[in-house]
Structures are given as C-alpha cells and as structure tokens.
Design a protein around this ligand. Structure first.
Ligand code: BG6
Length: 488
C-alpha cells in the first residue's frame, strides 16, 4: 500500500458524473484533504464531466459551496483556491463521441497550461449502465493509450449484478483497457480501520498464533445502518442487501480477517491471499441456503420513493458461511447487515473458545463468557479485547470487562472520507486496495446459490422487521440454533 510514496504523480483527475452526489460529498472533499495534507503535487488538476450545460465558473461556484457544506466549516481559502483554479468542466452526453473529442482537446489544454505530464485518472462516478459507454468513448478517442503517460480508470460499484453480468462488464472494459489500468473501487478498503486489520494481525506477534480453528469458536460480522434507502430506491430495489453490502464490503473485510499472511504487501501478493479465502468457501447447497441464509425487509420499505410497491427485495440479510481451509475448517462465520437497524455500526468480533475447565464450579459463578477481540470498523473506531475479571469482594464472582484502543483518543486524527487513500493509491499506481477481477468473480460465485434460490422463489414470505429492531427473529434463530448469540 501507499507507504513508501509521499506524493502522487503529476496527473489530471477526470470525474465522469461530476455533478453527482459522490463527487460533491466524497471525491472533491477527498481532493481537498489530500491538498491540505500535502500529498498532491503542484502539477495536478481536476476536470469534471457531466450532463448539465453549465459553464466553468458556475461549476466552480457550485462545488465550492458543496464542499464547504461537507467540510462543515469555511474552506481554507488558499487550499481551496489551488483546487478551484485548476477545476475545469466539460458537459455532454456520455454516449456521444463528440464529448470525448472535446474532452481530449481540453485535457491537452489543461496539461499544457499547468505543465502537467499527460497522466490521466478517469473516475467513473456514473450509473453502472454507463460504465461501458464511457470506457468505449475513452478508447475510441485514443484516451486509454499509454504512449505518452499513464491512463487509469476507477470504476465505482456495483461491478455487475451477478457473475454473468460482471463478466460481461469486464469484457466491455477490457476492449480498450488492460487489467492493470482498471481500478475497481470498494470504499470500505479506504477505511483506516479496514486497512488496520492487516497491521493488527501481521505486525503483532501475539494474535497470529491464536487466530485459527484451535482457539477461535466463531467470527461474527455486522454492518448495520440506522437509515433506510433514502433517495436511492431505484438502485437499491434492484440490488438488495446481499449485492449492496455482503458481496463486496463484507467479503473484503472477511478476507482480510481470514487470509493467510501474504509474502509481501505488494498488490498481487495480498490479493492472491484474499481471493484464496473466497475460493475456500464451499458452495452452498439449496438446503443450506434455506437453512443458513435469512432475508428480510423493513416495514415501510415498499412505500419508499422509487421502490416497487410489491418489492421482495431484502433490506437485511444474515447468513452463515464456512471457510474450508486448514486454518478455519469448522469455524462458522456469521454475517449480518441491514438498513433501519437500531444504530450504525460495523464491527467484526472474533469469539474465542471458552476456558477448557470450569474451575469455578463451587462458587456463585455458573457461566464463563468467551473472550472476544472486536474490531470496531465504525463509528467509535478502535479495537476491544473482552475478558472476564473478578468482581472485587469476598465472593468469587466474575464480570466481563473490556480493554480498549480508540483511534480518536490515541491518534487524534481528523476524520477522512476514506476516498483519500484510494485516490492517492490510484495516482501512484498501487492496486492493492482495489478489487481484482478474479476476486469480483469469486465473490459472485459465493452468493450465486443464494441469488438463484431467491430468483426462483417468488412466493414464500419474505419476513418483515420493525425499523429500529435488529431484524427478524429468523436471524437470531440462525445463530442461536448453533448455541451462539449475536453481540448487540
Ligand atoms: C454503499 C452502499 O456501498 O455503502 C450503501 O451502496 C451503504 O447502501 C454504504 O449505505 C455504507 O457505507 P458506509 O461507509 O457509510 O458504511
């Protein structure tokens, strides 16, 4: 990962979808933060491409306002001016060849005016059905040709709708691009706490020896959101929680938790190990899908804007998987995610086996809790170790206590959007934190039996749950049947 380089290559960032929400709320604020932290070179510019027919000045004013809102405070004038002075805008339709010719001319002008070597980073912040059109347009205009500088393309999620469509999309991108030019983004991998999973496991000698089936009872992962689908009904109703969160974000975190130590932190070595984890997940049989995968929908979902009133789309999913390799055989991984749950939390709990002997049998202690290491991805970022301790007093009583590491308290770091690292990595050509195609395919392969079952089953009841609850009782049964419990 980007540890050895401090400054990005000279380049022009071209954002397709420059008037959209992602640009305003994440990409430009991330560029602003990278400017503040000194990670961008002098020779850097941003070029927005979108449909609205507005001029450059109007675009600059709009973006200044929006970024100020996101930052929540007045922008430091010098820093913002540096970006604004080099912020250009080109409007047009993404399937119109003329747009790409105009873009090519503007890129030439910007690169000459600011003496920027012609390295172009194209960010596809557009709906997935336009990925192919933009990639084709770039290739036809000769903008993917690396004769005089590098050309890279960042593709937003979702990468496909299932295995087949992901392969088709990839084939479309590959018409004009090599794999080394494609950066499939997953913003979870930009989170410090997600990147820290590797540091935690591999920079410390004490955890690795117990990080396996001999000591770990099970692993549970939760990605809970208290919000609903908001304005994204049209997209979400076609996706659902399994595609939206499990197949990408959760599988990425799971692979970091479960992978073998890579032989280096180089992009290929790390991704080789990660993909092996997904390949080790045995395909679920139909019976297993029925028994170990739960889907549900929050009450009121079908009245959300742009959602089909008869929708069966899941807004919550819980499932049990195994990773059939030497390290993890027999250790269940329980995953659950949902919208409109009680609060926003993403965490991974590695639950250890109980102490082997109940030495406390002649005391008031009648149960031991099991130790856990909890990786708190967000919010309240940190790591906790939970263990039992004696309650002070003459009676032998135990209570579960927690040792805590908190990012905010220790590092006092400013919160980031998560996109800073990813943009920076793309600018220095480091693909470690981006999905490789085999990883995307492996993810789709794992969920394929579930998607198939749900596609074929158009009649059975999709359980409901009350907004603000932890999902349907079926999700509790899923884990309690195995004698375990969700950590709430
Ligand atoms: C996105 C999903 O990828 O991640 C959204 O499409 C979800 O539905 C979001 O809300 C969650 O991201 P974060 O960073 O807020 O956990």
């Amino acid at each position: 990962m980007s540890s050895l380089r401090n400054r990005a290559d000279p380049c022009i960032l071209v954002i397709f979808g420059a008037s959209g929400d992602l640009t305003r709320s994440k990409l430009l604020p991330a560029i602003f933060n990278l400017t503040e932290s000194g990670h961008l070179p002098e020779e850097f510019a941003v070029l927005g491409v979108a449909r609205p027919q507005i001029d450059q000045d109007a675009y600059r004013t709009q973006m200044r306002e929006q970024v100020r809102l996101v930052e929540g405070e007045p922008l430091e004038p010098d820093k913002w001016k540096r970006i604004e002075d080099r912020l250009s805008y080109v409007s047009g339709e993404f399937n119109d060849a003329a747009l790409f010719e105009r873009l090519k001319t503007t890129l030439g002008e910007v690169s000459q005016r600011y003496h920027i070597a012609p390295n172009y980073l194209f960010y596809l912040a557009v709906p997935p059905d336009l990925f192919g059109a933009v990639a084709d347009g770039l290739a036809a205009a000769g903008l993917t040709n690396e004769a005089d500088g590098w050309r890279r393309v960042i593709v937003e999620k979702p990468f496909g709708y299932d295995l087949e469509s992901a392969r088709a999309l990839n084939a479309e991108l590959r018409k004009g691009l090599r794999e080394s030019q494609i950066y499939r983004i997953d913003h979870y991998l930009g989170k410090e706490t997600v990147q820290n999973i590797m540091a935690f496991r591999f920079a410390n000698g004490i955890f690795e020896p117990i990080w396996n089936r001999r000591y770990v009872d099970h692993v549970q992962m939760t990605v809970a959101e208290d919000t609903g689908v908001g304005k994204r009904g049209a997209y979400y109703d076609k996706a659902g929680a399994l595609r939206d969160i499990v197949q990408n974000h959760m599988f990425q975190v799971m692979t970091l938790v479960a992978m073998e130590p890579p032989i280096s932190f180089g992009g290929e070595d790390v991704r080789d190990e990660k993909v092996r984890v997904l390949h080790a997940v045995p395909p679920l049989t139909r019976d297993e899908v029925l028994r170990h995968v739960v889907r549900a929908q929050y009450a009121g979902y079908t009245s959300e804007p742009n959602v089909d009133p008869k929708s069966r789309t899941e807004t919550c999913v819980a499932l049990r998987l195994f990773i059939d390799n030497w390290r993890w055989a027999g250790v269940p991984f329980y995953l659950r995610t949902g919208k409109r749950l009680p609060h926003r939390v993403t965490e991974v709990a590695v639950q250890f086996k109980q102490a082997p002997l109940m030495l406390f049998r002649d005391t008031p202690v009648n149960a031991l809790s099991s130790n856990a290491i909890v990786l708190r991805i967000q919010p309240n970022e940190g790591i906790s170790l939970c263990f039992d301790a004696k309650v002070p007093g003459p009676l032998e009583r135990l209570d579960t206590v927690t040792m805590d590491f908190s990012y905010a308290e220790h590092f006092k770091a400013e919160p980031t959007t998560g996109y800073e690292t990813l943009l920076f990595d793309a600018m220095i050509g480091d693909q470690t934190l981006f999905h490789r195609m085999d990883m995307v395919e492996a993810g789709w392969q794992v969920v394929a039996p579930i998607l198939d079952e749900w596609k074929n089953d158009t009649r059975s009841r999709v359980p409901g749950y009350e907004p603000g609850s932890w999902g349907p009782s079926e999700a509790d049964v899923l884990i309690e049947r195995d004698g375990r419990q969700w950590r709430d």
